[in-house]
Design a protein around this ligand. Structure first.
Ligand code: NAD
Length: 495
């Protein structure tokens, strides 16, 4: 008998008002049912908002360093439970244990960073234009934050949003991806065990079209932070624009590694394999385009083919697995559609292009690491986000060509350049039009204390992580104190 899970609303674990549930299955073995999770609707969101409003009263009045004490305990509990959470996450999401352990570690780092930020929510005090007057600003919490997260980083992304929102004194409603509800449940258990007042956190499971949409459209939720696909982000953006909500969007990517003729090719090969096929290509920062300079192109493609063909598919729980499954059937169908498109567009299939076979792969959504060569910059393979283990190789002549090709997509998350020429490295940092550029490292791998996000249709100008996100979750208030004892008029020409 599989377990039936609940939402966390108004301080208790609660069955959904809809009475409906969604099954959560292991993508490496779909006969393994993890549990049934609420398929919530607008009434569940309404109850969550009522409770979160109370939570906001309590938490915004709690001194920021005391909020930090709770977040530090959250970090400690994540450390204690890291291995168990990593295993649970691999079971429901599929990626290998080293990656799910890394996902939890990201949450730990974010917790400790957020705890320290609660003693550093700086405002400014500046000279006034007038005598005997003080002019200053401070940052105050905003209200209820609606957090909507994707499946691929089941712990890290909720914590990137939740911990800074809490550090700033807001209450939160988390609507995690319907594909990874178990990890979100484990996170909320930790917040409660760490002593967070229960009304401050609500967890509402369910689908985007119902629970997610009701959260975004709720008039008493002034802040929405979303990570997911660009298509979903556009829909959410329309609603939030109309309702004048504060909105952070982190969306799709089409990231490229550029390998110059002078690069250390051993290093580049390791980077490309990890960037393209780590997390089965299901990272917003995944390397989905590989730009190879003409002279090294053929040699590098041959090495890549051999290495990709040697990668082992399997359950992320098995020690010898390099590449886990895709998240669900629709994701694998999408990959298969793009492989077909690549063939029809005349690209050369170099590796993969087929499902994983064999008994240990028969019950999961496995797909072989796939490489297409001879892709042109305007081909659909080179332009559209596939979100799977498919790498498109594009040949180029000069550094200027590589910059032009890199910048010719609608996304702008991350990019990478492999070279031994320091001049080119600095030029790349300036000219590659992305939120993040790596030199001699693949397009993936964020650090918790640096801002993370992309330009163009990857984002809307905000960043997650680092110091910048604290501005998103707080409002600047300016205060003037006039102790001159007389009317002094600003904005009047006194000169
Ligand atoms: P998705 O857009 O399908 O879903 C993301 C979340 O939005 C889920 O919780 C879903 O239930 C919810 N949702 C869907 N429709 C909604 C609606 N109408 N209203 C409100 N909520 C709705 O994305 P996914 O498949 O879970 O994740 C993959 C995508 O996420 C990729 O495009 C990837 O690039 C992107 N991503 C971006 C970043 C980043 O930081 N830029 C990080 C991770 C993933």
């Amino acid at each position: 008998m599989s377990k039936t899970y609940k939402n966390f609303i108004a301080g208790r674990w609660t069955a959904p008002a809809t009475g409906k549930y969604l099954e959560n299955r292991n993508p490496a073995d779909i006969s393994d049912l993890i549990g049934r999770f609420p398929d919530s609707g607008p009434r569940d969101i309404e109850a969550a908002v009522v409770s979160a409003a109370k939570g906001f009263q309590i938490w915004s009045a709690t001194p920021a360093p005391a909020r930090g004490d709770v977040l530090r305990r959250v970090g400690d509990l994540l450390v204690d439970r890291k291995d168990d959470i990593a295993r649970a996450m691999t079971r429901e999401m599929g990626k290998v244990l080293a990656e799910t352990g890394g996902d939890v570690q990201e949450g730990i780092d974010t917790a400790y960073y957020a705890a320290s930020e609660t003693r550093r929510l700086f405002g400014n005090t500046v000279p006034s234009e007038l005598r005997s007057k003080w002019a200053m600003s401070y940052r105050r919490p905003i209200g209820i934050c609606g957090l909507i997260t994707p499946f691929n980083f089941p712990m890290a992304i909720p914590t990137w949003k939740m911990f800074p929102a809490l550090a700033c004194g807001n209450s939160v409603i988390l609507k995690p991806s319907e594909d990874v509800p178990h990890t979100a449940t484990l996170l909320v258990e930790i917040l409660l065990d760490a002593g967070l007042p229960p009304e401050v956190i609500q967890l509402v499971h369910g689908r985007g079209q119902t629970a997610g949409r009701a959260l975004v459209e709720h008039p008493t939720v002034p802040v929405v932070s979303f990570t997911g696909s660009t298509a979903t982000g556009s829909t959410i953006g329309e609603t939030c624009g109309r309702m004048h909500k504060r909105l952070s969007l982190e969306m799709g990517g089409k990231n490229a590694i550029v390998v110059m003729d002078d690069a250390d090719l051993d290093l580049a090969l390791d980077g490309v394999l990890w960037g393209a096929f780590g997390t089965t290509g299901q990272r917003c920062t995944a390397t989905s385009r590989l730009l190879l300079q003409r002279r090294i192109h053929d040699k590098f493609v041959a090495r890549l083919e051999e290495a990709a063909n040697g990668m082992r598919l399997g359950s992320g729980l098995a020690k010898d697995t390099d590449v886990g499954p895709l998240i669900h059937q629709a994701a694998r169908d999408k990959v298969e559609r793009y492989v077909q498109i690549g063939k029809e567009d005349g690209a050369e299939l170099v590796a993969g292009g087929r499902r994983g076979t064999g008994t240990r792969l028969s019950k999961g959504w496995f797909y072989r690491p796939t490489i297409f060569a001879g892709v042109r910059g305007n081909d659909r393979l080179a332009q559209e986000e596939i979100f799977g283990p498919v790498l498109s190789v594009i040949r180029f002549n000069s550094f200027d060509d590589a910059v032009r090709i890199n910048n010719s997509v609608r996304y702008g998350l991350s990019s990478s350049l492999y070279t031994q020429d320091v001049h080119l490295a600095f030029r790349a940092m300036q000219r590659l039009d992305n939120g993040i550029t790596y030199v001699n490292a693949p397009t993936i791998g964020a650090e918790a204390h640096l801002p993370f996000g992309g330009v163009k249709q990857t984002g809307n100008g905000h960043r997650e992580g680092g110091w910048e996100v604290y501005h998103f979750y707080s409002e600047t208030k300016v205060c003037y104190v006039d102790y001159s004892g007389m009317l002094q008029r600003a904005q009047i020409d006194n000169y």
